[in-house]
Write a protein that binds this ligand. Sequence first.
Ligand SMILES: Cc1cc2nc3c(=O)[nH]c(=O)nc-3n(C[C@H](O)[C@H](O)[C@H](O)COP(=O)(O)OP(=O)(O)OC[C@H]3O[C@@H](n4cnc5c(N)ncnc54)[C@H](O)[C@@H]3O)c2cc1C
Length: 499
Amino acid sequence: MDKNPVISYKVAIIGAGVAGLQTCRSLKKEGFQCDVYESANDIGGVWRENYSGMTVQVPRMVYEFPEFEMKSVAPDAFATSFEFEEYVKDYAARFNLMENIHLNTVVKKISQYDTNKWKIVLSTTGKQDQTTHADFLVCCTGMFSTYLHKPKLQGEEKFILSGGLILHTSEVTKEKMFQIEGKNVVIIGSAKSAQDLAVEVLTRGKAKSATMLVRHAHWGVPRDIAGMIPFQYIFMSRFGQGLVSLYKGVWPDGPAYLKLLSYFCYPFMLVIFKCLEILFAVQLHQYDALQPENDLVKDTYGYCHLPSPEFVNSIKKNCTELQKDEVETITENKTIILKNTKKEIPCDILILGTGFFRSYKIFDEEIYNQLDIQDDGLYLYRHIIPPNIENLAFCGTEVASLSNICTDALQAKWITSLLLRNHSLPSKQKMEQNVETMKKWKRSWMPQTNLRSSMVLLHMTHYHDTLLKDMHMNPHRKSNLFLEIFAPYLPKDYKDITA
Ligand SMILES: Cc1cc2nc3c(=O)[nH]c(=O)nc-3n(C[C@H](O)[C@H](O)[C@H](O)COP(=O)(O)OP(=O)(O)OC[C@H]3O[C@@H](n4cnc5c(N)ncnc54)[C@H](O)[C@@H]3O)c2cc1C
């Protein structure tokens, strides 16, 4: 990098979701030349126009850009995907980001040349492929938008030929909702998007019936614990995160005293978390077959979700039927035959809440091999940097927290601070050691999923602390000790950092 890094440095950002936009905003503010390449015809990523009528899982105060308050929604209300789409556009307009964004531009291939500079092959609708170059690359391609996981079902060709419809949850747009009226809808999966749709197809879509099929039961976290305490006071405060650490172990970069305490406190924590499980089961109506196999904290690190009261009511009142089973066959008579019970369920429209998978095939073979992708994901230094590849960072794609938008903002700031040389990376060997420690710790207790490498969730504040300490900033952002311990850490606590 030159003496004046800002003037001569060209940064390419892939993806214009909330991570890409915040990366662009952060770097642009410091004077870097940035180009954002977005394959879709608009910005916003997952919020672009998919997920008709769904809401953000958490209240607005927990999920907003730290330095750009979402004034159109009350702090404790849950923004809809439509409201959020507008808000993202307002953010881009406020910080003049559109001039940096190339829409309808797919990044097809990326390779390194020279002294670790990047060669990027772009494919733009209606034009010949073009090649561009950059000094630094930030990958913001997201976890939940690129490759839909659509399992092949026995009998699906005949089902479709006879007029049946199979959609992924992300394909249920406003227009598709109109096709649902009077139809029997079956939804596979138990994630937040599947739950929202189970309610949405009955209320807005006026479906005849809605059935949810789940293979395994998972713990939900009530929005208000015991109907009184907003979940963020427990799961996003230092107090709550301390309890989780004493139960499941301390974040590897966490304080030594907490590690010692966790050794002695485990039995008490076991009792506390078992009581929480009973409370959650009562609140969310998770009895009998719907009792999860994993304990609450472990399960959260694979399948975290906060069911809406509308969903819980729909299950309680049997408006949405919930079956713990899986599809054996889907037939041309518009029925699904279940694998275990052999029960037949009427189905005109099948919605797959079966998630996504990530692909790193945009990188050429050499880079792809260096990334060393594992069955449980891509392990990175600070969830941002691959230790053995220069001039590459990931923002948002390899991290899952309770407020991804806020975590992305801090990652973007961290990357900017690195490029400004306000902080530096440790040696390659130290980064690799750090990655190994994190991998070992996660594998010691978190469930095996293809996103395990990304999981930060209930240790979010500890992760944010680490990023802030790297940047030589004070991680304690509250005005007094009481709030520091018991108040939830929210995006607005970091607004001075990202502003
Ligand atoms: C219904 C729903 C509710 C959610 N609720 C919450 C919540 O309450 N709290 C929370 O923290 N998170 C929530 N999330 C998760 C949400 O995905 C993240 O918070 C965040 O929006 C992801 O942003 P991103 O920018 O990382 O990725 P994305 O929004 O997926 O954006 C990635 C962008 O990259 C583009 N792209 C990918 N590959 C290429 C390529 N090769 N070339 C060019 N462009 C490319 C894509 O088109 C996309 O626009 C929710 C998600 C959904 C679907």
